[in-house]
Design a protein around this ligand. Structure first.
Ligand code: FES
Length: 172
């Protein structure tokens, strides 16, 4: 049962034990506590970070192992640039190689010149043969070659976390 007195609300269970008076003082006190807790919450969220407390602190990077499609997508005797993956797929007959675009001098992206049939670095002029071996400019070594395999579904899969010797090739 609920009873009312002027300015007070009583519940039946306590008959006056739980009550709230709608006075200006009580409302201002409540507002003050509300502001206090809001400030504490804002401070803690700054310290803990909005998501930092609830989510693991890891970098979400794409997997270094990915499919580049079936061999038939790559024309015979071609060099295909996969810019988003920072690599070339070089096909010579039935031989496939996965070669990095990263120049071994200072890390610029090399480009393939169809006319000259070589890789050239636009930064300081390093040149690489089609098989990735350096022959001019300041690059000290060949372009990195990545592991390339054929999976069970017949697609080429490259793993850029695995650098293999430059003579490595996949024959399909
Ligand atoms: S970064 Fe390629 S030659 Fe310097």
């Amino acid at each position: 049962m609920e009873t009312k007195e002027k300015g007070k609300v009583f519940t039946s269970e306590s008959e006056g034990g739980i009550w709230f008076t709608f006075s200006r003082r009580n409302i201002l006190t409540l507002a003050g506590w509300g502001l206090f807790f809001a400030a504490i919450g804002a401070y803690l969220s700054q310290i803990l970070g909005y998501k930092g407390f609830f989510y693991p602190k890891v970098l979400f990077e794409p997997s270094p192992r990915f499919s580049v499609g079936e061999p038939r997508y790559f024309p015979e005797n071609s060099v295909t640039t996969l810019k988003s993956r920072k690599m070339f797929v070089v096909r010579d007959g039935n031989s496939f190689k996965a070669i990095s675009v990263v120049c071994q001098h200072l890390g610029c992206a090399v480009e393939f010149s169809k006319e000259k049939n070589i890789f050239e670095c636009p930064c300081h002029g390093s040149k690489y043969y089609r098989n990735g071996v350096n022959f001019a400019g300041p690059a000290p070594r060949p372009l990195n070659h990545f592991e390339i395999v054929l999976d069970d579904s017949g697609k080429l899969v490259v793993d850029t976390s695995k650098v293999v010797p430059i003579e490595t090739e996949l024959i399909v």
